[in-house]
Design a protein around this ligand. Structure first.
Ligand code: G6P
Length: 613
């Protein structure tokens, strides 16, 4: 949520800043801004130049004056928390004199208190943001002498909250100071130039050599290098690491949208999640990062899965897999609720945090709550080295590759695959037979090819999507294993197409939602070929009897008496069927959004990584 970029070097900063912001735009896109230090000229000292605007990075690029020159600069793309999206609230923010500029991700919790003190001391606030407090605070400390990094350290010492920041000082244009506490900052090392950003995706075109700051760390970044240090001024040595994702991972690669590309990347993503983890000899999964031996696993009596949005729904599928394969009670709960309800933490419960980004604040807070009470947490996370991954006791990385589109697709699928591996491993430590283990191993290996088969039906799904897109709303129903699929399907549709969508267990239909059924409210029904097939067909009959339209997703064609349309997906093992049933729903949501002319990759009001409460 929100993106930060920074550049220092011999070139003009703005081209990198604008391109970097464009790459980070998926994290927040209601306003954007840049600041550079314009070099001193005869008679006038170096000064900050700032350009900010409500709207997209493209609006910022259009608003940028032609001669916006300077080799030291910072930029920001925003998802509003404090104050409406507006030019005035867009970052960078400055002090009274316009000498210090700050861009910030995160939340300053004691901003009001600091604002009152600073105002009393003469600071003039020009925005409603919490960030502006930082600019005034840093300026106040700079006025007392010392270097920019000392002023930033002193200011951060007074701040309660989370931040990733980059700071410019017109009078010390030979450096940028960055700091991290709960919101990522990465340095990029170039040839006589240095970069910084909140996400490597902004850097990969320029360098593969990066340094991830840890929480509580700052860095002074100069054109020829950097120095990292702690809040109490202790120097720390950070070795650069090499980014292993291809530059192309961050492009749309010829697809119309990131979302479509990511949907089509799923076979490869699943292969990577499975890679090296299937143990055919013992019909189990090998998960090196769990940090739990068989004895410890056997002591676990319950599994509680925590995540937000699609991660929560993937957790519901995960809970189902764990219960079925390991016969251990498992339950998924929104991390955002869990953390606020003073949850009972039990020693024999295994907690599993799910997050694509590894940054979602509510999920991180839930992990911290469990850890504080002595619980054990595993992470199912895509982003290596992210805050949630680091806060957990062990876990499974998805290796799904970067996911840029706000709505999660490939990370969702890879998460469910990771849960299948966990459930298999758990199951084989308990009572899952070798034969059943082999059955699951074989089914997992077949998944990438089966996903390809579903994706081949894209044109048919696109046609149906165009037909259903102008409905006043849609109902999604599924039973037991199908219910989380219905929930994720409804979530995807509403997120990106803004068509109202509700998910219900098929069994609950007659207890209320049947009242909504009419020709104007079509139903997407998950009808897998399993032990509940007859029950599901009965529900379809009930809908058709009320003149409801039905789009079925099934393993074999459904007779036209019960469904108006049917998408047939390949059959896996019953436990893994939900994964494949979900893929057409992603395509359905995508094509409905396209048909309605929506901004597919950047749906209104949302952001990719929600790093605020
Ligand atoms: C946001 C996004 C959702 C995503 C959720 C969890 O709300 O809009 O698409 O599912 O965050 O994100 P995470 O990175 O923790 O999986």
């Amino acid at each position: 949520m929100c993106g930060i970029v920074a550049y220092i070097g011999p070139k003009d900063a703005s081209p990198f800043l604008l391109e970097g912001l464009q790459r980070l735009e998926y994290r927040g896109y209601d306003s954007a801004g840049v600041a550079v230090v314009a070099p001193a000229t005869k008679g006038s000292p170096a000064r900050l130049r700032i350009c900010r605007t409500k709207g997209r990075v493209a609006d910022l690029a259009a608003a940028l004056p032609a001669r916006f020159k300077g080799g030291t600069g910072i930029g920001h793309t925003r998802w509003a928390t404090h104050g409406v999206p507006s030019d005035a609230n867009a970052h960078p923010h400055t002090d009274n004199e316009g000498r210090i500029a700050v861009v910030h991700n995160g939340i300053i919790e004691n901003a009001e208190e600091l604002r009152a003190k600073l105002t009393a001391d003469g600071a003039v606030f020009r925005s409603e943001t919490d960030t502006e407090v930082l600019a005034h605070l840093i300026a106040a400390h700079r006025a007392q002498g010392g270097e920019l990094e000392d002023a930033v350290r002193a200011a951060l010492g007074l701040v309660i909250g989370t931040y990733g920041i980059a700071v410019l000082d017109a009078e010390q244009a030979d450096r940028i100071v960055v700091a991290r506490n709960g919101s990522p900052i990465v340095l990029g090392i170039g040839e006589k130039e240095m970069f910084a950003a909140s996400d490597v995706s902004a850097l990969v075109r320029y360098t593969r050599q990066v340094v991830h700051l840890e929480d509580g760390e700052l860095a002074t970044v100069r054109a020829d290098g950097f120095r990292t240090f702690t809040e109490d001024a202790r120097t720390v040595t950070r070795q650069p690491s090499t980014v292993d994702w291809e530059v192309g991972s961050y492009d749309t690669g010829g697809y119309a949208h990131y979302l479509l590309k990511e949907i089509h990347e799923q076979p490869g993503a699943v292969e990577r999640t499975l890679s090296g983890r299937l143990d055919e000899r013992f019909a189990t999964a090998h998960l090196g990062g769990l940090n739990l031996d068989a004895r410890e696993l056997r002591e676990i009596r319950r599994v509680k899965i925590l995540g937000c949005g699609s991660a929560y729904y993937a957790g519901e599928m995960g809970a189902q897999l764990i219960e079925e394969l390991a016969r251990i009670p498992a339950h998924s709960e929104p991390a955002s609720e869990f953390r606020y309800r003073n949850p009972v933490i039990e020693a024999d419960t295994l907690y599993v945090a799910v997050s694509q980004s590894g940054e979602t604040y509510d999920t991180l807070a839930a992990v911290q709550e469990v850890k504080r009470k002595g619980g054990r947490v595993l992470g199912v996370v895509n982003t290596v080295g992210s805050a949630i991954a680091r806060a957990c006791d062990g876990g499974i990385y998805l290796h799904a590759g970067p996911e840029v589109s706000v709505a999660s697709t490939k990370a969702f699928t890879s998460t469910v695959v990771a849960f299948a591996l966990l459930a298999l491993h758990f199951g084989r430590v308990h009572d899952l037979s070798p034969a059943d283990g082999r059955r699951i191993v074989a089914a997992l290996k077949a998944l990438p090819g089966q996903i390809r088969e579903v994706l081949d039906q894209q044109d048919a799904v696109a046609e149906l999507a165009a037909e259903y897109a102008d409905s006043q709303g849609m109902m999604f129903i599924g039973r037991v294993r199908g219910y989380p699929v219905a929930r994720e399907g409804a979530q995807k549709l509403k997120e990106i197409s803004y068509v109202h969508a509700e998910a219900y267990p098929a069994s609950e239909l007659k207890h209320g939602p049947l009242a909504l059924i009419s020709p104007e409210l079509p139903t997407v029904a998950l009808v897998p070929d399993d032990e509940l097939l007859d029950k599901n067909l009965t529900a379809l009959g009930e809908i058709k009897a009320r003149e409801g339209r039905v789009l079925a997703v099934a393993h074999r064609p459904i007779e036209s008496r019960l469904a108006d349309h049917c998408l047939v997906v390949p059959k896996s093992e019953p436990e893994l069927d939900p994964l494949l049933l979900n893929i057409p729903l992603q395509l359905l949501a995508y094509h409905a959004a396209v048909a309605l002319g929506r901004d597919v990759d950047k749906p209104r009001n949302l952001a990719k990584s929600v790093t605020v409460e």
